[in-house]
Design a protein around this ligand. Structure first.
Ligand SMILES: Nc1ncnc2c1ncn2[C@@H]1O[C@H](COP(=O)(O)OP(=O)(O)OP(=O)(O)O)[C@@H](O)[C@H]1O
Ligand SMILES: [Mg+2]
Length: 246
């Protein structure tokens, strides 16, 4: 059950690879020996119960929570100790849980701040983002803090895309959204993957995430307990019983 399934996906070169990572807060170790890979141009889903350590893993990958041991490689280089802004510069971009943004700034200013990390190329991307997120165009001059939950999640994702990521780390993007908006978020994620962005997706909506995923991991209590293709895990007995309401 812990055997990673051999597949064409896992044989592709890994854009992002985590080897034996340990991380936590204060005296508490949350991640115990976690190893995962995100192959170039694929979508990898991570599912698991509350408190399993999924957010901690993404924060460690973003350089916000330090790794206590283990290694992280991204795009051919070791980044284990790299500062978080330097990871963003290299194209490893986190959309954190809870849609953090600059609430007093307008929608457009939020996008400009993010795009600014890429200079002229970043600013040139903003109109294209408004094409992909039409609701944000209609709200462009409003303070981000005045948007609905779904609109804020769109903005959080659009901000990350403004940076032009090679790899996107998404933490529960559909959380708390109405079904129609969940559909919209998942179709944006699928679309971004089709454009070639590699995506690591943490989702409470395991069914939707696994349906979209090339590869997937199940985490429990700070460890990876299962891995395989999205299709394999979507039909795995233990996954169905624990996460798919089977
Ligand atoms: N800032 C923090 N300080 C101390 N402990 C923390 C902190 N953040 C998370 N933890 C603990 O780390 C463990 C893993 O939490 P984490 O948020 O990574 O899990 P998760 O899988 O993302 O859960 P959820 O599905 O609820 O989002 C939990 O026991 C949690 O209480
Ligand atoms: Mg979490």
């Amino acid at each position: 059950m812990t055997e990673p399934a051999p597949s064409a996906v896992t044989a592709a070169p890994a854009l992002l690879a985590v080897e034996s990572m340990r991380a936590g807060y204060g005296n508490i170790e949350v991640l115990h020996d976690v190893s995962i890979e995100l192959a170039t141009g694929t979508l990898c889903a991570i599912v698991g119960a509350n408190g399993a350590g999924k957010t901690t893993l993404l924060m460690a990958l973003a350089g916000i929570v330090p790794a206590r041991s283990g290694r992280v490689r991204f795009d051919g280089a070791e980044i284990t100790r790299l500062a978080s802004h330097e990871r963003v510069r290299r194209g490893l971009v986190l959309v954190p849980e809870g849609r953090r943004m600059l609430p007093g700034m307008s929608v457009e200013e939020n996008l400009q701040v993010a795009a600014g990390a890429r200079g002229a190329a970043g600013f040139a991307r903003i109109e294209g983002l408004f094409d992909r997120f039409p609701i944000l165009r209609t709200r462009r001059n409003l303070p981000a803090g005045s948007l609905s939950g779904g609109e804020q999640q769109m903005l959080a994702i659009a901000r990350a895309l403004a940076i032009g990521p090679a790899a996107l780390l998404l933490d529960e993007p559909s959380m708390g959204l109405a079904p129609k908006l969940v559909d919209e978020i998942f179709s944006i994620i699928a679309d971004e993957r089709r454009h070639g962005t590699s995506i690591l997706l943490v989702e409470q909506n395991a069914r939707r995430a696994l349906a979209l995923a090339d590869s997937a991991y199940v985490m429990e209590r700070g460890r990876v307990v299962l891995s395989g293709t999205g299709a394999e895990l979507a039909t795995h007995r233990d996954v169905v019983a624990a996460y798919l309401g089977g």
